[in-house]
Ligand binder design. Sequence first.
Ligand code: HEC
Ligand code: HEC
Length: 449
Amino acid sequence: MNRQKLTQWMTAPLVCMALTVSGCRTEIPVAFEENLVHAKKWEIQNDTSMDQVVADTRWALEALFGTPDEPKLPEVITSDDDLKTLISVENLQAASGHESIEGRGLYRTHCARCHGITGNGRGETAALVEPYPRDYRPGIFKFKSTARGAMPLKSDLARLIKHGIAGSSMVADYQLPDGKVGPLDDDSINKLVDYVIYLTIRGQVERAAYDAAAMELDLEAGDRIINPAEATTNKEKFEEDWELITDSVAEAASAWLDAEDQVVEVEIPENLPIPSNHEELTKMLAGEQGAELTKSIERGRELFVGAVASCSKCHGATGRGDGQEADYDDWTKDWTIRAGLKPDDVKSLTPLIARGALPPKTIKPRNFEEGVFRGGETPEDLYRRLKQGIAGTPMPAVTLVEGQLEEEDVWHLINYVRSLKKPAAEPTPAGTPESEKAEPAPGVAMVTR
Ligand code: HEC
Ligand code: HEC
């Protein structure tokens, strides 16, 4: 937060307090926050100030994307026949803005307290939950039907918003306009999906600008990523710089459209017993397919602890998530390990934490005794998790090895992992009795361990 904004934040509540009698709403002008952590990371690596880059990028981003109250779409998107199908301006309008304005404010009402106005994963409750809410800006998403490196489909995002992410603080219970608590309607969800895409592209363009400046420009000699004044004084240079920025907009936006071609197809083998959930597994084990399923689970167990799949390396020999507990996700590695800093050396991280980075927490491999699959529990979901791994995390893709780990073995692994659920270990929120679920400040009460 820059000094001017800080002063606004500090004085606005006072002004408000003075005006409370006349009914002051919190009219602090909301603004997108700069990615100061990413800038600082480059400063540490290159020992050069990024202040000018941050300021110039801020100018460009506002020209392209507008503000949280008045968002807009860059012309490279709206003027392109394909790209313009990605995000609708009406949806942006409805998702953005102040929550008290009719027909607007969906994101601030339902998502910002965790994901932040900017989509940087730093809403006011962010520090309280584990894992931390997603920072959209690097453009990495975990739970999708597409390949690991691809963007998710809109339907993937919609599904997560509708059902929540089991085992995380992101639940499907939202405070609805009619006073009830429940899942959002599809129309609101579609609007929010567009807004998440918008925030993601904006964040990616910001990062790309900092990266280009830090890697390609001579900042000490006064090179700038873009100089607004040159729009009149040095038009040619300005347009060249502007084009580089808008190219990165087009690149980020195209990736969302390309996702359609990167869906991971799933073919469920007919010759194997593949239960769809734990209940079905229990029934199948007791039924006529019992022997065959037991064999499949046993084969899965062998593979799980074996050297080729080596799942136990992280998930532990019995799948309780206790094999490898000292690793970090990519969001954390991005500003620590990749900047030459150690995530557990908190002291050296102070300059980054001061700029908004959340203190590193290790990533826990899933404990299968809990029987919770964040990306969904259908055979298709689990197949995709195994065949692609989980983007942004150490969870690798299964590599097939002829004669040792074949396509069919992926299904044995799935059956084994599913079989590990212990009914007693039902975690919250799935295991929270209805009575205790009453009246959450939605999401806030659902802090996971
Ligand atoms: C109570 C906090 C909370 C609220 C409210 C919340 N989320 Fe999340 N969200 C999370 C957390 C935590 C994660 C990360 C889960 C994980 O990595 O397992 C997440 C992840 C996501 C992801 C990334 C999914 C992926 O595949 O990587 C998206 C997209 C998302 N949230 C969108 C939203 C939207 C849109 C809203 C509002 C409708 C919302 N969230 C509300 C906490 C929240
Ligand atoms: C290098 C460490 C590592 C290895 C090896 C590994 N995993 Fe994981 N796995 C993880 C981590 C970390 C997560 C949690 C990711 C997250 O959601 O943030 C995870 C999550 C999972 C999930 C949960 C998916 C969901 O939707 O919640 C499944 C299933 C899984 N792993 C299966 C396996 C299997 C099967 C193997 C072996 C083929 C394996 N893993 C190997 C680290 C690993």
